[in-house]
Ligand binder design. Structure first.
Ligand code: NDP
Length: 317
Protein backbone atom coordinates (compact mmCIF):
# COMPACT_ATOMS: atom_id res chain seq x y z
CA UNK A 1 0.00 0.00 0.00
CA UNK A 2 2.73 2.44 0.91
CA UNK A 3 5.14 1.76 -1.91
CA UNK A 4 5.39 4.38 -4.60
CA UNK A 5 5.26 2.73 -8.02
CA UNK A 6 6.26 4.73 -11.03
CA UNK A 7 3.78 5.57 -13.76
CA UNK A 8 0.86 6.00 -11.40
CA UNK A 9 -0.21 9.16 -9.61
CA UNK A 10 0.40 9.36 -5.87
CA UNK A 11 -2.62 10.17 -3.73
CA UNK A 12 -2.24 11.26 -0.12
CA UNK A 13 -5.12 10.68 2.30
CA UNK A 14 -5.34 12.60 5.54
CA UNK A 15 -8.39 11.26 7.32
CA UNK A 16 -9.95 12.30 10.62
CA UNK A 17 -9.66 9.80 13.49
CA UNK A 18 -12.39 7.18 13.41
CA UNK A 19 -12.72 7.15 9.62
CA UNK A 20 -11.37 3.57 9.43
CA UNK A 21 -14.14 2.23 7.25
CA UNK A 22 -13.49 5.04 4.85
CA UNK A 23 -9.77 4.40 4.61
CA UNK A 24 -10.37 0.68 3.99
CA UNK A 25 -12.77 1.45 1.16
CA UNK A 26 -10.52 4.09 -0.32
CA UNK A 27 -7.36 2.08 -0.51
CA UNK A 28 -6.09 -0.50 -2.91
CA UNK A 29 -7.29 0.98 -6.17
CA UNK A 30 -5.15 -0.03 -9.12
CA UNK A 31 -5.16 3.34 -10.84
CA UNK A 32 -3.09 5.16 -8.24
CA UNK A 33 -0.70 4.74 -5.32
CA UNK A 34 -2.35 5.49 -1.97
CA UNK A 35 -0.60 6.87 1.10
CA UNK A 36 -2.28 7.34 4.45
CA UNK A 37 -0.83 10.26 6.36
CA UNK A 38 0.32 9.21 9.83
CA UNK A 39 0.68 5.57 8.78
CA UNK A 40 2.55 5.26 5.49
CA UNK A 41 5.94 6.63 4.60
CA UNK A 42 5.73 8.99 1.63
CA UNK A 43 7.79 11.69 -0.04
CA UNK A 44 5.86 14.99 0.15
CA UNK A 45 7.52 16.13 -3.09
CA UNK A 46 5.93 13.20 -4.97
CA UNK A 47 2.29 13.65 -3.97
CA UNK A 48 -0.02 14.52 -6.89
CA UNK A 49 -3.44 14.64 -5.23
CA UNK A 50 -4.69 15.25 -1.71
CA UNK A 51 -7.85 13.72 -0.21
CA UNK A 52 -9.15 14.82 3.19
CA UNK A 53 -11.48 16.97 5.20
CA UNK A 54 -9.72 19.43 7.50
CA UNK A 55 -5.94 19.31 7.06
CA UNK A 56 -3.91 21.29 9.58
CA UNK A 57 -3.22 24.84 8.45
CA UNK A 58 0.00 25.04 6.45
CA UNK A 59 -0.02 21.33 5.62
CA UNK A 60 -0.94 21.56 1.94
CA UNK A 61 1.84 23.98 1.11
CA UNK A 62 4.32 21.24 2.08
CA UNK A 63 3.23 19.25 -1.01
CA UNK A 64 4.94 21.08 -3.89
CA UNK A 65 3.79 18.78 -6.73
CA UNK A 66 0.11 18.86 -5.77
CA UNK A 67 -2.22 19.18 -8.76
CA UNK A 68 -5.68 19.07 -7.13
CA UNK A 69 -7.46 18.74 -3.79
CA UNK A 70 -10.44 16.46 -3.21
CA UNK A 71 -12.61 17.31 -0.20
CA UNK A 72 -14.37 14.42 1.52
CA UNK A 73 -16.84 16.91 2.96
CA UNK A 74 -19.56 18.88 1.16
CA UNK A 75 -18.26 22.00 2.89
CA UNK A 76 -14.73 23.18 2.14
CA UNK A 77 -14.29 25.79 4.88
CA UNK A 78 -11.82 23.39 6.56
CA UNK A 79 -9.51 23.98 3.58
CA UNK A 80 -10.13 27.59 2.70
CA UNK A 81 -9.58 28.91 6.22
CA UNK A 82 -5.93 27.93 5.96
CA UNK A 83 -4.14 31.28 5.42
CA UNK A 84 -1.50 29.42 3.41
CA UNK A 85 -3.96 27.46 1.31
CA UNK A 86 -2.61 26.99 -2.25
CA UNK A 87 -5.36 28.97 -3.98
CA UNK A 88 -4.11 28.23 -7.48
CA UNK A 89 -5.17 24.57 -7.17
CA UNK A 90 -8.57 23.17 -8.14
CA UNK A 91 -10.68 21.99 -5.18
CA UNK A 92 -13.42 19.43 -5.78
CA UNK A 93 -16.04 18.83 -3.10
CA UNK A 94 -17.96 15.67 -2.28
CA UNK A 95 -21.53 15.98 -3.53
CA UNK A 96 -23.34 12.79 -2.78
CA UNK A 97 -26.97 11.68 -2.90
CA UNK A 98 -26.61 9.44 0.14
CA UNK A 99 -25.21 12.32 2.19
CA UNK A 100 -28.00 14.61 0.98
CA UNK A 101 -30.67 12.06 1.91
CA UNK A 102 -29.17 11.49 5.34
CA UNK A 103 -29.03 15.20 6.06
CA UNK A 104 -32.66 15.47 4.96
CA UNK A 105 -33.54 12.54 7.22
CA UNK A 106 -31.86 14.19 10.23
CA UNK A 107 -33.70 17.46 9.65
CA UNK A 108 -37.07 15.82 9.06
CA UNK A 109 -36.71 13.51 12.05
CA UNK A 110 -35.86 16.32 14.48
CA UNK A 111 -38.60 18.60 13.20
CA UNK A 112 -41.14 15.77 13.54
CA UNK A 113 -39.94 15.02 17.09
CA UNK A 114 -40.59 18.63 18.08
CA UNK A 115 -43.77 19.07 16.08
CA UNK A 116 -45.31 15.85 17.44
CA UNK A 117 -44.32 16.66 21.03
CA UNK A 118 -42.29 13.48 21.37
CA UNK A 119 -40.01 14.86 24.06
CA UNK A 120 -43.07 15.32 26.31
CA UNK A 121 -44.13 11.70 25.70
CA UNK A 122 -40.60 10.51 26.52
CA UNK A 123 -40.84 12.42 29.81
CA UNK A 124 -44.28 10.88 30.42
CA UNK A 125 -42.88 7.40 29.95
CA UNK A 126 -40.08 8.13 32.41
CA UNK A 127 -42.81 9.09 34.94
CA UNK A 128 -45.13 6.17 33.92
CA UNK A 129 -47.66 8.89 33.16
CA UNK A 130 -50.31 8.67 30.40
CA UNK A 131 -50.30 12.27 29.18
CA UNK A 132 -52.21 12.61 25.94
CA UNK A 133 -51.64 15.81 24.01
CA UNK A 134 -52.94 16.74 20.61
CA UNK A 135 -50.92 18.50 17.91
CA UNK A 136 -50.89 22.23 18.54
CA UNK A 137 -51.52 22.75 14.81
CA UNK A 138 -51.74 20.58 11.73
CA UNK A 139 -48.49 19.91 9.90
CA UNK A 140 -49.68 21.79 6.82
CA UNK A 141 -49.72 24.98 8.92
CA UNK A 142 -46.10 24.60 10.06
CA UNK A 143 -43.53 26.58 8.07
CA UNK A 144 -39.96 25.34 7.72
CA UNK A 145 -37.38 27.73 6.30
CA UNK A 146 -34.15 26.43 4.83
CA UNK A 147 -31.27 28.87 5.00
CA UNK A 148 -29.07 27.70 2.12
CA UNK A 149 -31.12 26.04 -0.63
CA UNK A 150 -28.23 24.20 -2.26
CA UNK A 151 -27.81 20.51 -3.07
CA UNK A 152 -28.65 19.37 0.47
CA UNK A 153 -31.32 22.02 1.02
CA UNK A 154 -33.22 21.00 -2.11
CA UNK A 155 -33.40 17.32 -1.09
CA UNK A 156 -34.39 18.32 2.46
CA UNK A 157 -37.18 20.49 1.09
CA UNK A 158 -38.54 17.58 -0.94
CA UNK A 159 -38.61 15.33 2.11
CA UNK A 160 -40.32 17.95 4.29
CA UNK A 161 -42.97 18.49 1.61
CA UNK A 162 -43.68 14.75 1.66
CA UNK A 163 -44.68 15.18 5.32
CA UNK A 164 -46.94 18.16 4.44
CA UNK A 165 -44.83 20.95 5.95
CA UNK A 166 -44.83 24.31 4.21
CA UNK A 167 -41.30 24.92 2.96
CA UNK A 168 -39.51 28.11 2.06
CA UNK A 169 -35.87 28.56 1.13
CA UNK A 170 -33.29 31.33 1.13
CA UNK A 171 -30.21 31.39 -1.05
CA UNK A 172 -28.02 33.79 -2.95
CA UNK A 173 -29.83 33.15 -6.25
CA UNK A 174 -33.52 32.41 -6.77
CA UNK A 175 -34.49 28.74 -6.96
CA UNK A 176 -37.20 26.86 -8.76
CA UNK A 177 -37.94 23.90 -6.51
CA UNK A 178 -41.53 22.69 -6.89
CA UNK A 179 -43.63 23.55 -3.84
CA UNK A 180 -40.95 25.73 -2.25
CA UNK A 181 -41.24 29.50 -1.95
CA UNK A 182 -37.85 30.94 -2.86
CA UNK A 183 -36.25 34.02 -1.29
CA UNK A 184 -32.95 35.37 -2.56
CA UNK A 185 -30.27 37.71 -1.33
CA UNK A 186 -29.90 39.93 1.72
CA UNK A 187 -32.86 42.12 0.70
CA UNK A 188 -35.29 39.19 1.03
CA UNK A 189 -33.80 37.66 4.18
CA UNK A 190 -36.14 39.54 6.54
CA UNK A 191 -39.30 38.42 4.69
CA UNK A 192 -38.01 34.85 4.77
CA UNK A 193 -37.17 34.88 8.47
CA UNK A 194 -40.55 36.31 9.48
CA UNK A 195 -42.24 33.14 8.21
CA UNK A 196 -40.08 30.42 9.77
CA UNK A 197 -41.60 28.32 12.55
CA UNK A 198 -38.47 26.20 12.15
CA UNK A 199 -35.36 27.60 10.57
CA UNK A 200 -32.69 25.18 9.37
CA UNK A 201 -29.22 26.50 8.56
CA UNK A 202 -27.62 24.56 5.69
CA UNK A 203 -25.30 27.25 4.46
CA UNK A 204 -21.63 26.83 3.63
CA UNK A 205 -19.28 28.67 5.97
CA UNK A 206 -17.82 31.64 4.11
CA UNK A 207 -16.75 35.15 5.14
CA UNK A 208 -20.29 36.28 4.20
CA UNK A 209 -22.13 33.68 6.26
CA UNK A 210 -19.87 33.49 9.31
CA UNK A 211 -21.77 34.41 12.49
CA UNK A 212 -25.04 34.82 10.55
CA UNK A 213 -27.06 33.14 13.31
CA UNK A 214 -26.81 36.17 15.58
CA UNK A 215 -29.17 38.28 17.69
CA UNK A 216 -30.19 40.44 14.72
CA UNK A 217 -31.21 37.45 12.61
CA UNK A 218 -32.83 35.55 15.47
CA UNK A 219 -34.93 38.58 16.45
CA UNK A 220 -36.56 38.50 13.00
CA UNK A 221 -37.96 34.99 13.49
CA UNK A 222 -41.48 34.63 14.88
CA UNK A 223 -41.33 34.42 18.67
CA UNK A 224 -40.92 30.81 19.79
CA UNK A 225 -39.43 29.61 16.48
CA UNK A 226 -37.00 26.69 16.52
CA UNK A 227 -33.46 26.92 15.22
CA UNK A 228 -31.61 24.01 13.71
CA UNK A 229 -27.97 24.36 12.71
CA UNK A 230 -26.52 21.60 10.54
CA UNK A 231 -24.30 23.95 8.53
CA UNK A 232 -21.17 24.81 10.47
CA UNK A 233 -20.49 25.90 14.03
CA UNK A 234 -19.02 29.12 12.66
CA UNK A 235 -22.49 30.20 11.53
CA UNK A 236 -23.67 30.44 15.13
CA UNK A 237 -23.08 33.27 17.53
CA UNK A 238 -23.38 30.98 20.53
CA UNK A 239 -23.95 33.63 23.24
CA UNK A 240 -26.71 35.16 21.04
CA UNK A 241 -28.35 31.76 20.56
CA UNK A 242 -28.29 31.10 24.31
CA UNK A 243 -29.75 34.54 25.02
CA UNK A 244 -32.55 33.97 22.48
CA UNK A 245 -33.34 30.60 24.07
CA UNK A 246 -33.45 32.10 27.55
CA UNK A 247 -35.60 35.07 26.51
CA UNK A 248 -38.12 32.80 24.77
CA UNK A 249 -37.41 34.30 21.34
CA UNK A 250 -36.33 30.79 20.38
CA UNK A 251 -38.61 27.92 21.37
CA UNK A 252 -35.66 25.55 21.19
CA UNK A 253 -32.59 24.61 19.20
CA UNK A 254 -31.25 21.49 17.55
CA UNK A 255 -27.54 21.86 17.12
CA UNK A 256 -25.27 19.46 15.27
CA UNK A 257 -22.31 21.80 14.78
CA UNK A 258 -20.45 24.08 17.17
CA UNK A 259 -17.79 26.75 17.30
CA UNK A 260 -15.53 24.28 19.12
CA UNK A 261 -15.76 20.60 18.23
CA UNK A 262 -15.85 18.31 20.12
CA UNK A 263 -18.22 20.45 22.19
CA UNK A 264 -16.39 21.13 25.50
CA UNK A 265 -17.87 19.34 28.56
CA UNK A 266 -18.64 22.69 30.24
CA UNK A 267 -20.64 24.06 27.29
CA UNK A 268 -24.09 25.24 28.49
CA UNK A 269 -25.62 23.63 25.40
CA UNK A 270 -25.14 20.12 26.83
CA UNK A 271 -27.56 20.70 29.70
CA UNK A 272 -29.84 23.41 28.34
CA UNK A 273 -33.44 22.14 28.63
CA UNK A 274 -34.41 23.61 25.26
CA UNK A 275 -31.47 22.24 23.29
CA UNK A 276 -30.78 18.97 21.50
CA UNK A 277 -27.07 18.40 20.89
CA UNK A 278 -25.69 15.93 18.36
CA UNK A 279 -21.96 15.47 17.60
CA UNK A 280 -21.72 16.66 13.96
CA UNK A 281 -23.38 13.55 12.55
CA UNK A 282 -26.25 15.00 10.51
CA UNK A 283 -24.61 13.77 7.33
CA UNK A 284 -22.24 10.84 7.34
CA UNK A 285 -19.85 10.21 4.47
CA UNK A 286 -20.52 6.78 2.95
CA UNK A 287 -17.18 4.98 2.44
CA UNK A 288 -18.16 3.33 -0.84
CA UNK A 289 -19.42 6.57 -2.35
CA UNK A 290 -16.38 8.46 -1.10
CA UNK A 291 -14.18 5.82 -2.68
CA UNK A 292 -15.98 6.17 -6.02
CA UNK A 293 -15.65 9.96 -5.72
CA UNK A 294 -11.87 9.75 -5.29
CA UNK A 295 -11.48 7.32 -8.20
CA UNK A 296 -13.60 9.58 -10.41
CA UNK A 297 -11.62 12.67 -9.42
CA UNK A 298 -8.22 11.06 -10.05
CA UNK A 299 -9.40 9.56 -13.35
CA UNK A 300 -10.69 12.91 -14.54
CA UNK A 301 -7.56 14.70 -13.46
CA UNK A 302 -5.30 12.22 -15.21
CA UNK A 303 -7.33 12.19 -18.44
CA UNK A 304 -7.78 15.96 -18.53
CA UNK A 305 -11.58 15.67 -18.27
CA UNK A 306 -13.33 18.51 -16.41
CA UNK A 307 -14.03 17.99 -12.71
CA UNK A 308 -17.57 17.77 -11.38
CA UNK A 309 -18.45 19.97 -8.37
CA UNK A 310 -15.47 22.26 -8.58
CA UNK A 311 -15.44 24.80 -5.73
CA UNK A 312 -15.59 28.48 -6.66
CA UNK A 313 -12.76 29.77 -4.49
CA UNK A 314 -13.95 33.35 -4.94
CA UNK A 315 -17.36 32.57 -3.42
CA UNK A 316 -15.89 30.14 -0.90
CA UNK A 317 -18.24 27.24 -1.70
P1 NDP B 1 -24.23 23.98 -1.78
O1 NDP B 1 -23.02 24.72 -2.19
O2 NDP B 1 -24.88 23.07 -2.78
O3 NDP B 1 -25.37 24.99 -1.30
C1 NDP B 1 -25.09 26.14 -0.57
C2 NDP B 1 -26.31 27.03 -0.57
O4 NDP B 1 -26.07 28.16 0.25
C3 NDP B 1 -26.65 27.55 -1.97
O5 NDP B 1 -28.03 27.54 -2.15
C4 NDP B 1 -26.13 28.99 -1.92
O6 NDP B 1 -26.84 29.88 -2.76
C5 NDP B 1 -26.38 29.33 -0.48
N1 NDP B 1 -25.50 30.44 -0.06
C6 NDP B 1 -24.16 30.46 0.06
N2 NDP B 1 -23.73 31.67 0.46
C7 NDP B 1 -24.83 32.43 0.58
C8 NDP B 1 -25.04 33.78 0.94
N3 NDP B 1 -24.03 34.59 1.26
N4 NDP B 1 -26.30 34.24 0.96
C9 NDP B 1 -27.34 33.44 0.63
N5 NDP B 1 -27.21 32.15 0.27
C10 NDP B 1 -25.96 31.65 0.25
O7 NDP B 1 -23.85 23.17 -0.46
P2 NDP B 1 -24.49 21.83 0.12
O8 NDP B 1 -25.96 21.96 0.11
O9 NDP B 1 -23.88 20.65 -0.53
O10 NDP B 1 -23.93 21.88 1.62
C11 NDP B 1 -24.26 22.96 2.48
C12 NDP B 1 -23.46 22.90 3.75
O11 NDP B 1 -23.94 21.89 4.61
C13 NDP B 1 -21.98 22.57 3.62
O12 NDP B 1 -21.22 23.67 3.17
C14 NDP B 1 -21.64 22.19 5.03
O13 NDP B 1 -21.29 23.37 5.75
C15 NDP B 1 -22.94 21.63 5.58
N6 NDP B 1 -22.85 20.17 5.82
C16 NDP B 1 -22.97 19.71 7.11
C17 NDP B 1 -22.94 18.38 7.41
C18 NDP B 1 -23.16 17.87 8.79
O14 NDP B 1 -22.93 16.67 9.04
N7 NDP B 1 -23.61 18.69 9.71
C19 NDP B 1 -22.71 17.37 6.34
C20 NDP B 1 -22.62 17.96 5.02
C21 NDP B 1 -22.69 19.30 4.78
P3 NDP B 1 -26.76 29.73 -4.38
O15 NDP B 1 -27.36 28.40 -4.71
O16 NDP B 1 -27.58 30.85 -4.87
O17 NDP B 1 -25.30 29.80 -4.72
Amino acid sequence: MAESRSGKPNVLFLLPPGWDALSKALFGHDAFNSFLHGKDHYAPAQIDYFVGFRPPHGFLKTLPRLKAIFSLGAGVDGFLRDPEFPRHLPVVRFVDETLQREMAQYVTMHILIVHRGQRGFDAGQRDSAWRQKMLSRPTRDVRVGILGMGDIGAVTAERLLMFDFQVLGWSRSRKDVPGVKSYAGPQELGAFLGQCDFMVCMLPLTPETEGILNAKLLSQLPQGAWLMNVGRGGHGNEPDILAALDSGQLGGAILDVFQTEPLPPDSPFWTHPKVTVTPHIAGITDPRNASAFVVDCVTRAESGAPFKNLVDLGRGY
